[in-house]
Design a protein around this ligand. Structure first.
Ligand SMILES: O=C(O)CCC(=O)C1=CC=C[C@@H](O)[C@@H]1C(=O)O
Ligand SMILES: [Mg+2]
Length: 353
């Protein structure tokens, strides 16, 4: 990597500057070492069958830039700021070396749950996707009951609706699903206003179920509104959509709510950034959604960053950031037209930093 400009990596729109200076590489240097991969998913997840990502090599290790395809350049710029922090910036010091991780169960039929959970080594918390388009509450209930059966009475189950329910639907669905024993419900409704109303409705119905905000943090103009308006009990934070580890730490501190770190369906390189965020949080009382390497059929490192005995460590995460295998980059190289698409997107997005 040739000369880098010492400057603050800025954010688009209302997202403030990074707190720490970061060496922002020149665009030609970024493009010269940008590898676009297309990794097949084991199971369709959030409508994705093939996960595309750009791997970038910085002086501090590999970094990943993989904003979801439908995201605008302005959103993608936050993901790029996060990648630059990972490869070219300084990450905050960990306060713990080990991070508990949850298993993630996509909206699969109940009969597939055991197979999905079999890929996770002794995770005692499971996140279950619910409210998938085209499915019913009965499908969700069967899936959650099956997770409870496989996990046992002492495991923790959280559900994630990705904002798909109205307030009435969420109240009804969560009243039913809560009978299986839930740790919390993530983004049951789309808007902050709905979450506020839902929390009151659940309390009135004596359903004691914490609400976590995800999209209301990572896709919001103002990620702190959730906390100000009492819309959630916890915040879900993801390194790439929020613009980096340091920015995510700031948001958690300002929100003043318990946090859960989750992946953005990253390769092991991006997950390593999530581990460094989880390791740097002053308080961490929940398992984190960083086991999603299990959802990919292949990865860019020989030994994917999968939890062992329910945990990931900073040592393994830092090793993963240096272990990208050129043979895997080549084997999973995206088709030429997708490479062009990503390189053009990278150039446009870079201009927004
Ligand atoms: O939190 C987890 O267990 C895994 C990560 C996860 O669920 C997600 C990753 C990426 C995109 C999202 O739709 C999804 C989520 O909504 O949290
Ligand atoms: Mg979510």
């Amino acid at each position: 990597m040739s000369a880098t400009r010492r400057r603050r990596a800025a954010y688009p729109g209302p997202v403030p500057d990074l707190t720490a200076p970061t060496d922002l590489p020149d665009l030609p240097d970024l493009l010269a070492d940008a590898h676009v991969v297309a990794l097949p998913m084991r199971v369709r997840f959030r409508g994705v069958d093939v996960r595309e990502a750009v791997l970038l090599r910085g002086p501090h290790g590999w970094a990943e830039w993989a904003p979801f395809q439908e995201y605008a350049d302005r959103d993608a710029a936050r993901w790029l700021a996060a990648a630059v922090e990972l490869g070219w910036g300084e990450l905050p010091e960990p306060v713990r070396g080990q991070v508990g991780v949850n298993a993630t169960v996509p909206a699969v039929p109940a009969g597939q749950v055991e197979g999905v959970l079999g890929r996770y080594d002794r995770c005692r918390t499971v996140k279950v996707k619910v409210a998938e388009r085209g499915q019913t509450l009965g499908d969700d209930l069967e899936r959650v009951i099956e997770v409870r059966r496989v996990l046992g009475a002492d495991g923790r189950i959280r559900v994630d609706a990705n904002g798909a329910w109205s307030v009435d639907e969420a109240r009804e669905a969560l009243s039913v699903l809560a009978s299986v024993g839930l740790e919390y419900a993530e983004q049951p409704c789309a808007t902050v206003e709905e979450l506020v109303v839902l929390r009151l409705a659940l309390a009135r119905a004596s359903v004691d179920l914490p609400i976590a905000a995800d999209e209301s943090i990572r896709r919001a103009e103002d990620p702190l509104r959730v906390a100000r308006e009492g819309a959630a009990d916890l915040v879900v934070v993801k390194v790439a959509p929020l613009g980096g580890v340091r920015r995510a730490l700031e948001i958690v501190a300002e929100a003043g709510l318990p946090a859960v770190v989750s992946s953005a369906l990253d390769t092991s390189v991006g997950i390593a950034g999530g581990v460094r965020l989880a390791a740097a949080l002053p308080e961490l009382d929940h398992d984190c959604g960083l086991g999603t390497a299990a959802l990919l059929a292949d990865d860019v490192v020989g030994e994917p960053l999968m939890p062992r005995a329910g945990s990931l460590t900073t040592v393994r995460a830092d090793a993963a950031r240096c272990a990208v295998d050129p043979a895997l980059l080549a084997a999973h190289a995206a088709p030429a037209e997708r490479v062009t698409w990503w390189r053009q997107r990278l150039a446009r997005t870079y201009a927004l930093l």
